[in-house]
Ligand binder design. Sequence first.
Ligand code: AMZ
Length: 242
Amino acid sequence: MLIIPSIDISKGKCVKLIEGKPKTGITISDQPIEIAKFWETQGAKVLHVIDLDGAFSGKPQNIPVIMRILNEVDLPIEVGGGIRKVKDAVRLVNAGVKWVIVGTAILENKSFLRELLATISPEHVIIALDSKKGKVLKRGWTVSTGFSPEKIVEDFQDSGVAAFLYTDVGVEGKLSGIQLKAVEKLVHSTKKPIIYSGGISAIRDLLNLAKIGVQATVIGMALYTGKLSLREAEEAVSFARS
Ligand code: AMZ
């Protein structure tokens, strides 16, 4: 299982919110590029970069920071938050972003994915399933779609997208552990790779996720508060595999 450090950007700074609510959480650094470089030195294989202002406002707001990470860090990155226009996704992929993470646009516009895949390969697309109490949210986690993550997966799993990113919004940033049963249900509903995010606080969480077949997991707060180190997390899951 791949361990992916998260870099959430708001107003040019690297932050971690609690349950994705503005003005909560901690500011990690006003130099997100340095944070990205740090994870590279620590052996990260992939970075997860979210434009929080983009997710809240509906259009990308931190593109210069993302471009600098692309230029200065030699790792594949996945980028999400506010990618609601095909041209914004295409621009990011053309600039070297390996995967664009798209949530709201796909949930609100039936033709968005088809239009997107007319221009970029589905291998560059990850669909976000930001879920709370079994329902997928959109628009910066402020509006419920009323649909279960399994329903969204069913609708889009044949599109060829690279993966689904399941975020448990209710535990995000809280270091409270994970709701494994819900993740397991989702993993079993599809053959597509599931990336998990939210509430990871201990090696035990990682081992449980690996055991149920999660392909990758995004970790934020636990890494930034020192509860876990990237190296120990990677070591634990590599033992779990062998
Ligand atoms: O923290 C939040 N409120 C938040 C967040 N981290 N809102 C959205 N996002 C992330 C999702 C997904 O990766 O987890 O932004 C992406 C989806 O953005 P959009 O604009 O496509 O719905």
